[in-house]
Design a protein around this ligand. Structure first.
Ligand code: NAP
Length: 228
């Protein structure tokens, strides 16, 4: 009997998901990448793309059944814990096979000056008054820092915000993190950054700033991964 054709829903929004989509399409699988729709102009990915939430576990389970999906791959960002929980529950409910691709977290190395904290909220009071902080958290997670009127924030974002940000002192830098430490070091020096606030995302894409901070001797306020 011929093998059942692979019909895959890939929960994406990460570089790894795009790489996996390209591999699977090259193998002849029918792949749909699902994006949450947070980025205005997402990078193109191989195969089909759908955009937007499913409407919780129920909506995702319905999608799997209605589209005759036989494999679900969760390649979402390690901090995207809601969609990962939904994927697990929807897979259990429908019997669709779930594969989870999780990046390993970064490990502290000699020369790293990390202050590890459990959440963005817990990190708000960490930079000293007068600091210039690269706030590398993603636009959804920066709001708690707005109460620090005594800190200048360098806020890196992919898309320009639609409304003014509620920060007393800030500079917006449009763009993605670089994997190249030299580029990140140039940015840190150009803006006079004294501290970095970021999450332990893992993977090479955003690691450039960690190496740059090590080289420049800058403290990194590192938010650890949420417990699923
Ligand atoms: N968190 C980050 O820092 C980060 C960084 C880079 C990329 N991303 C990507 O951005 C997306 C959103 O991240 P988040 O932290 O907001 O996630 P989240 O908190 O886990 O998800 C919130 C809701 O957004 C919808 N959603 C999330 N990912 C989706 C996807 N791939 N396809 C369709 N709907 C999705 C779901 O809505 P419904 O319940 O309505 O289905 C989910 O319940 C993720 O796909 C993630 O891979 C996130």
């Amino acid at each position: 009997m011929p093998n059942k054709p692979r019909k895959i829903l890939l929960l994406g929004g990460t570089k790894e998901a795009a790489e996996r989509a390209a591999e699977l399409v090259a193998q002849g699988a029918d792949v749909t990448t699902s994006l949450a729709g947070r980025t205005r102009e997402p990078e193109p990915v191989a195969g089909k793309v759908r955009v937007g939430g499913f409407g919780g576990v129920e909506g995702l389970a319905d999608y799997l059944l209605q589209n005759a999906i036989n494999e679900l791959i969760d390649a979402t960002h390690p901090f995207a814990i809601q969609i990962s929980a939904n994927a697990k529950a929807a897979a259990e409910r429908t019997g669709v096979t779930l594969t989870v691709l999780t990046r390993a977290p970064w490990q502290r190395e000699t020369g790293d000056n990390w202050h590890i904290l459990p959440s963005p909220e817990a990190a708000v009071d960490s930079p000293p008054p007068g600091a210039t902080v690269l706030l590398a958290l993603g636009s959804q997670h920066i709001a708690p820092f707005a109460r620090r009127k005594d800190v200048h924030f360098i806020i890196r974002m992919i898309d320009r915000p639609q409304a003014p940000l509620p920060f007393a002192k800030h500079t917006i830098v449009l763009g993605k993190p670089s994997s190249e430490p030299d580029k990140e070091a140039s940015l840190l020096k150009a803006y006079g950054v004294t501290h970095i606030v970021c999450r332990n995302s893992g993977g090479p894409g955003a690691y450039g700033k960690i190496v740059a901070a090590r080289t420049l001797g800058l403290p990194v306020i590192m938010i650890e991964r949420p417990t699923p």
